[in-house]
Design a protein around this ligand. Structure first.
Ligand SMILES: [Fe+2]
Ligand SMILES: [Fe+2]
Length: 430
């Protein structure tokens, strides 16, 4: 039985907070399920949100297509098993005809194979029995995604990227194992070692200057124990993200350049967070945000190489920064594109916020030290100290923003801490 039905009377769903996009207009969401009980349950759960969401419920895939024909929707939540048309079939049609609609699959626990086979067409998944809070959170996030990018052309480009879809089952298994209470270094190492690509990348990282102190690590289990499970998880997400895009069409950028820059930002963000005594979750989010903060550039290099090269050329003239140049040639910045993409992947809001505003933190609605703050500062320090200039016109720290958080006086200690740690750990003078 669908848990929503049982809990609907007792548990009030929490209204989704105003998102990091700062806007809250009425979103339109379509629910498709051939079981009337399931739709009734969802309807009850979402009733308190009527002023925020316009919801439409249909029992059949063809009805869903007819409804979409009549008016635009932001999100479609569809049962994966329906008699007239399978969920995969319906999602294929949605992807083709309405690519800007965020597609959420609703499937049973026993349907693991279905989930995996749908991985190429759905953006996010909800598993029955479904917690009302999860349902509201996933739909709210999917709605906010649409608000981040206003250009339909860009939304179409992003929703066409087969990202989560190409998640290999081994990767899903790895993330599940890391999240399970019973996971051990050995069990994680065992899963990593079954994927030659992931093993190679993790061994390369653990043996790189960022993590090794002259030791040679050849065993995936040993590598996992040195890196820690959360770092391995962040790396697994990032390795997957980086593997999605072909940047060879853009001469000014290599995957290695952007990867080492991203790794430096991740490590710096975490160090600064540690020096400020942030909790583990914030540190993890800062690390993964650092690794992925420029993923939008990979999307641009792969999907819109000519416009991206033009943006690099404009930014190289030094009058506008890279984000502004991208807005001129593409219509959105790599920061916005990356945030939109990771939102579709279901990453936490603090990570999405860090990506979206890493060049313009004052535009966010968060007014406290957060992963965004750490990534914003780390991005500039990484360019100052170490790596490839992601931005042709070097990025600058927004001191007014730091002052508004009462953190401007911490900037010099952060810079010193990163410099000292680099010298101490890697013998790297800067
Ligand atoms: Fe950036
Ligand atoms: Fe960057």
């Amino acid at each position: 039985m669908f848990v929503i039905a049982a809990q609907a009377g007792t548990e009030e769903p929490v209204l989704p907070e105003r998102g990091w996009d700062g806007r809250m207009a009425k979103h339109r969401i379509l629910f498709v399920d051939d079981q009337p009980k399931v739709l009734d349950a969802i309807r009850r759960v979402l009733k308190p949100l009527q002023s925020e969401w316009e919801t439409v419920y249909v029992a059949d895939a063809q009805d869903a297509l007819d409804t979409l024909e009549q008016k635009p929707f932001d999100v479609a939540v569809c049962d994966t098993r329906m008699p007239s048309m399978s969920g995969t079939e319906l999602f294929k049609k949605l992807k083709q005809r309405y690519p800007t609609v965020v597609r959420v699959a609703l499937s049973g626990h026993s349907e693991r194979e279905t989930v995996l086979s749908q991985a190429r067409t759905a953006h996010q998944f909800l598993i029955k029995p479904c917690d009302p809070a999860d349902l509201v959170a996933i739909v709210a996030r999917a709605c906010r995604m649409g608000r981040l990018l206003s250009s339909p052309r860009l939304r179409k480009m992003i929703t066409e990227v087969d990202t989560i879809p190409s998640l290999p089952s081994l990767y899903i298994e790895l993330i599940r194992e890391i999240d399970s209470l019973n996971s051990t270094v050995a069990s994680i190492g065992g899963i990593v070692s079954r994927d030659p690509g992931m093993t190679a990348k993790i061994l390369q990282l653990v043996n790189s200057a960022f993590f090794s102190r002259g030791r040679k690590i050849l065993n995936p289990g040993h590598a996992v124990s040195l890196l820690g499970l959360d770092t391995v998880k962040a790396l697994a997400i990032s390795i997957h993200a980086f593997a999605q895009f072909d940047v060879s069409k853009v001469r000014e950028m290599t995957l290695e350049d952007i990867w080492s820059h991203s790794l430096a930002v991740a490590v710096f963000a975490k160090w600064i967070g540690v020096s400020e005594g942030l909790d583990k979750e914030a540190l993890d989010h800062a690390f993964v945000s650092g690794l992925l903060h420029d993923v939008g550039m990979l999307v641009l290099a792969d999907k819109m190489p000519l416009e991206f090269e033009e943006a690099i050329r404009i930014a190289a003239q030094g009058e506008v920064d890279m984000s502004e140049a991208e807005r001129q040639t593409v219509g959105a910045s790599h920061a916005e594109l990356g945030a939109y993409l990771l939102g579709l992947w279901g990453l936490p809001d603090s990570v999405i916020e860090a990506l979206a505003f890493h060049h313009s933190p004052a535009d966010s609605r968060t007014s406290r030290l957060s992963p965004l703050t750490l990534v914003h500062v780390a991005n500039v320090l990484a360019q100052e100290f170490y790596t490839w200039q992601t931005e042709q016109k070097p990025a600058e720290i927004d001191e007014t923003y730091l002052a508004s958080l009462n953190l401007l006086h911490r900037l010099d200690p952060w810079r010193d801490a990163c410099r000292a740690a680099m010298r101490e750990q890697w013998g790297y003078a800067c």
